[in-house]
Design a protein around this ligand. Structure first.
Ligand SMILES: O=C(CO)COP(=O)(O)O
Length: 143
């Protein structure tokens, strides 16, 4: 699976804890991140991470572009809901695209843990059915 990890500055300590705790679940997957988040994920996990630009310099848009190509299977975006971000439009655009393409997206620690446990349990395997073909998004009639 292709997983994007992003954290606003206030949430970076939380991201450190999350990826350290779930390193075994992340291992074996392809990791992508915005610039500074990518550095800390690589430091904490020792795993290879494809780091894009920093968020305010276009990193969210680069990850959004991957979503638009249906190239991401899971996004964990620990957003800071209490601090105004200069690149708020980019943040909103990324989240909007995840909704357009039905990509599972966690925006807080609780939902991140659920999705990572789901990933480990194989709940995201349906993504291989839709990857690269958004017309297949309504492929299933039963769970
Ligand atoms: O601002 C961000 C996401 O909107 C995160 O960017 P960095 O990972 O480069 O700090």
């Amino acid at each position: 699976m292709k997983i994007a990890l992003i954290a606003h500055d206030e949430k970076k300590p939380m991201m450190r804890q999350l990826v350290r705790a779930y390193q075994p679940f992340l291992q074996g997957h392809e990791l992508f991140a915005t610039g500074h988040t990518g550095q800390l994920v690589a430091e904490e996990t020792g795993l290879p991470v494809h780091a894009f630009n920093s968020g305010p310099l276009g990193g969210d848009q680069e990850i959004g572009a991957l979503i638009a190509q249906n190239q991401l299977d899971l996004v964990i975006f620990l957003r800071d809901p209490l601090t105004a971000q200069p690149h708020e439009p980019d943040v909103n655009a990324l989240i909007r695209l995840a909704d357009v393409y039905n990509v599972p997206l966690a925006t807080n620690l609780g939902s991140a843990e659920v999705l990572l446990r789901g990933l480990n349990a194989g709940f995201l395997n349906f993504r291989s059915l839709v990857a690269g073909d958004e017309s297949q998004h309504d492929h299933y009639t039963e769970p």
